[in-house]
Ligand binder design. Structure first.
Ligand SMILES: Cc1cc2nc3c(=O)[nH]c(=O)nc-3n(C[C@H](O)[C@H](O)[C@H](O)COP(=O)(O)OP(=O)(O)OC[C@H]3O[C@@H](n4cnc5c(N)ncnc54)[C@H](O)[C@@H]3O)c2cc1C
Length: 441
């Protein structure tokens, strides 16, 4: 069994792996953590942005906890090379760390569209804590903020920007907002809702330049009027943090190619989270999911396998959920599968929309939009996720859903989805609470 574990990256995947090793191991092992940033949760940054939480609450561990878990930490240090023959990782200060097995969990970084001026003053990305601090320092009540890109990340920070008293304009190169999360009909509802709540939106516009203009910023577009503002946030995509690994002999496609144990082509090198191209639960195909639940589950499976267990991973479900101005929008699984049998329902007066996608008599994808205050929206988000996640056979309740797409509950109960979900675990056992084990997982 591996005695010396190396974890590269202290985000969600790395931290879950570390905790699970301590949870599952029979005998104490050495764990070394190398992380460019002090471990924190990127997902909670929107709440720090609008000051719902203090900065101290974004961190997921502390020096004292790491010491208690007997983890040797190199924080603020980057891995720069991996020698998979000698089992040695080199850090940016020249330190060499030897390992018996290693996890690569270096996550993603924001990418700015290649627009002249995109690196200028008061132009920000929003992916890291440092970038979040930059945005906080720039926005004051009354600031006009332009977000370039109308994807998931823009939508996770939209409420916070409004809560800071800023005026918001979103510009998007695609013909509609949320192009990788909902379909045309769904996007139209969300766009209408946001406009009614004072958010300006311009789709089909390609930013060509960001200039400084008398203390303000001015965006120029391939067509249409210029836009003057105080702050620009470029939410134009992300890329995996894997440049440092190129040439090491670890197979990289869109991410690190892993098997169902989350092992790479190098037997003692694992990958997890945003950098791992693992199995998609619905399609069964390799996929890169830059989402929290995947990072968490990957981390737990890798941690158990590093601790000597043999845990196979079923695959991860793509889950997109955002709430903007009290409107929920979510999609699950193969929500854009052109081959699936699809049915949709719309209650325009309630801004409520459902699209259900079936393969045979299973629900394999879903889109749901509705007011957060409508109890059936909240309930249906969970039930649709459960139906897609379990892939239960719907039998005659498929027809019921097709004719009544807003009555999810009947099909959910009749198909026994709760019964199928209850025994589901990632590690083949229930989670444990703090106190039962050295750490809670
Ligand atoms: C603002 C925001 C909101 C989000 N909201 C949601 C949400 O609502 N739902 C959802 O599912 N997902 C959300 N996400 C995405 C989610 O946070 C990520 O998918 C998740 O953090 C991925 O975890 P990870 O462990 O793979 O990588 P990360 O959490 O990115 O951690 C990677 C770690 O590796 C370190 N690192 C990078 N390079 C090196 C190197 N060379 N050497 C050493 N260390 C390195 C980094 O410093 C970091 O600590 C959000 C992300 C952001 C930015």
């Amino acid at each position: 069994m591996a005695r010396r574990h190396l974890i590269i990256g202290g985000g969600t995947a790395g931290m879950n792996a570390m905790r699970t090793i301590r949870e599952e191991e029979r005998e104490p092992s050495e764990i070394t953590l190398v992380s460019a940033e002090k471990p924190y949760s990127r997902m909670v940054l929107p709440y720090y942005l609008d000051r719902s939480i203090a900065e101290s609450h974004v961190f997921t561990t502390s020096a004292a906890l790491l010491a208690q878990w007997k983890v040797k930490a190199h924080l603020g240090r980057r891995a720069t090379a991996l020698d998979v023959n000698a089992n040695v990782c080199t850090l940016d200060d020249g330190t060499k760390v030897e390992y018996d097995d290693c996890l690569i969990a270096t996550g993603s970084a924001a990418v700015r569209a290649p627009v002249p001026g995109a690196d200028g003053r008061n132009v920000h990305s929003f992916w890291t804590l440092d970038e979040c601090r930059g945005v906080i320092a720039s926005i004051t009540p009354g600031s006009h903020v332009v977000m370039v890109g109308a994807g998931f990340i823009s939508f996770t920070i939209l409420n916070s920007i409004l809560a800071l008293g800023a005026k918001l304009t979103i510009v998007e190169v695609a013909p509609r907002i949320l192009p990788r999360m909902v379909d045309d009909a769904g996007a139209e509802i969300v766009e209408g809702w946001l406009k009614a709540h004072g958010v300006a939106i311009r789709t089909n516009v390609k930013a060509t330049k960001i200039e400084d203009a008398k203390g303000k910023k001015r965006l120029k577009f391939a067509s249409g009027a210029d836009l003057a503002c105080d702050v620009v946030i470029m939410a134009t995509g992300i890329k995996t943090n894997l440049d440092w690994l190129k040439g090491a002999g670890v197979q990289i496609n869109r991410g690190i190619v892993v098997n169902d144990r989350l092992r790479s082509n190098v037997a003692n090198v694992y990958a997890a989270g945003d950098v791992a191209e693992g199995r998609d639960l619905v399609s069964g195909q390799p996929a890169l999911h830059a989402i929290e639940p995947t990072a968490q589950e990957h981390g737990r499976v890798v941690g158990a396998n590093m601790a000597g267990k043999d845990i196979a991973y079923k695959g991860s479900l793509i889950i997109n959920i955002v709430e903007v101005c009290h409107l929920d929008a979510a999609s699950f699984g193969a929500w854009d599968d052109a081959k699936a049998e699809a049915v949709s329902g719309l209650k325009r007066d309630r801004a409520a929309y459902r699209k259900l996608l079936f393969t045979g008599d299973r629900l394999t994808g879903a889109i749901i939009i509705g007011r957060s205050g409508d109890v059936w929206t909240t309930n249906d988000v969970g039930m649709l996720k459960g139906l897609v996640q379990t892939g239960v056979r719907l039998g005659r309740f498929k027809d019921h859903l097709k004719t009544h797409p807003f009555d999810v509950k009947t099909a959910y109960i009749a198909s026994g989805t709760t019964g199928a979900l209850l025994p589901e675990t990632v590690l083949g056992r229930p989670s444990k609470a703090p106190g039962e084990t050295p750490v809670a997982v």
